[in-house]
Write a protein that binds this ligand. Structure first.
Ligand SMILES: [Zn+2]
Length: 311
């Protein structure tokens, strides 16, 4: 067997997933992976440990095949053009790491690397709920709020690769302080941990006793404080999305991440704030993303399929 395959990696900080897909299978919407492996980083791990791990997992998946290319989704800032990881917020040793070069040397195949939000957006656009659309905004709402753009059927990274940071756009300048140093960011109001923290404070219980999922469960069960917190989160996200829609005019917005499982009340709240924020002439479809946690893996494969030389 010497079939050509793509390899895809998703490095989230504590978890590393590797997948393979036959190049021939990419043409007709693939239903699953040829191979898949997953490991967890030890608490005392570092970048070198993780890179060795990537090479081992990739080599195991590639046994008996020819690697045509490798896409990597990295949970942290990446310089796409040079293939360099700038840093990881979770694991030491990643500062200015030339990961693309390391993997190209190991596998003797072309490698592309981008941050997880950009890659997930690309995965949904190429294989998921964003198919057939020219201009897409993908936003994940979970422990944080991040986003990625596909514009004119290509990833849009911006100067420095930071386009899509919708989580730290401000929707309430007088709102509560966010970790980033500003007030009233979308992430500060709409992310799972922050909603949980706000509800715990209202209820006078320790923040550790509450989760984002519990906020949604309590709200959907009629708990007044939980409703206030969940509704405010949905409102904040909808305003942020509406501002983004007014600015860039995407055709479709996809929402993924754990908070999007909060139920109909939450979705209606987001939709309503979005509609109130966009100009009447600005229309955009708001839909759930298709892949959940697998979006960065599909995007890692899609990274290799984009013609980066096209204008
Ligand atoms: Zn912020």
């Amino acid at each position: 067997m010497t079939d050509p395959i793509w390899l895809g990696f998703d490095f989230g900080g504590t978890k590393l997933t590797a997948v393979s897909l036959r190049v021939a299978d990419v043409a007709d919407a693939p239903s699953g992976w040829l191979g898949q492996r997953r490991t967890f980083s030890p608490p005392d791990g570092d970048a070198h440990f993780d890179i060795d791990n990537m090479i081992q997992m990739g080599s195991a998946l590639a046994t008996g095949y020819v690697v045509q290319g490798i896409g990597v989704s990295f949970g942290g800032p990446v310089d796409f053009d040079s293939g360099t990881v700038l840093l990881s917020h979770h694991v030491p040793g990643w500062e200015q790491m030339p990961l693309q070069q390391r993997l190209e040397d190991a596998f003797n195949a072309p490698v592309r690397i981008d941050n997880d939000a950009n890659v997930a957006a690309l995965g949904e656009w190429r294989f998921g709920a964003g198919r057939g659309c020219d201009h897409l905004l993908y936003v994940t709402v979970s422990t944080g709020v991040g986003g990625g753009w596909v514009l004119n059927k290509r990833p849009f990274r911006g100067h420095g690769g930071l386009a899509g940071e919708i989580g730290h756009t401000v929707v309430d300048p007088n709102g509560p302080p966010c970790l980033c140093g500003k007030r009233g960011c979308v992430e500060r109001l709409a992310s799972g941990p922050y909603m949980a923290q706000d509800l715990a404070r209202r209820m006078g219980i320790p923040a550790t006793a509450m989760s984002g999922k519990q906020v949604a469960d309590l709200a959907n069960g009629g708990h007044a404080d939980a409703i206030a917190v969940l509704d405010r989160g949905a409102w904040a996200l909808g305003v942020g999305l509406g501002n983004a829609a007014n600015l860039i005019n995407p055709e479709r917005i996809l929402l993924g991440g754990g908070v999007t499982k909060s139920g109909e009340r939450w979705w209606n709240g987001v939709q309503q704030a979005l509609a109130q924020t966009t100009l009447p002439e600005v229309t955009v479809d708001l839909l759930p993303a298709q892949f959940g946690d697998d979006a960065p893996l599909w995007g890692a494969i899609a990274l290799m399929l984009v013609d980066e030389t096209a204008v």
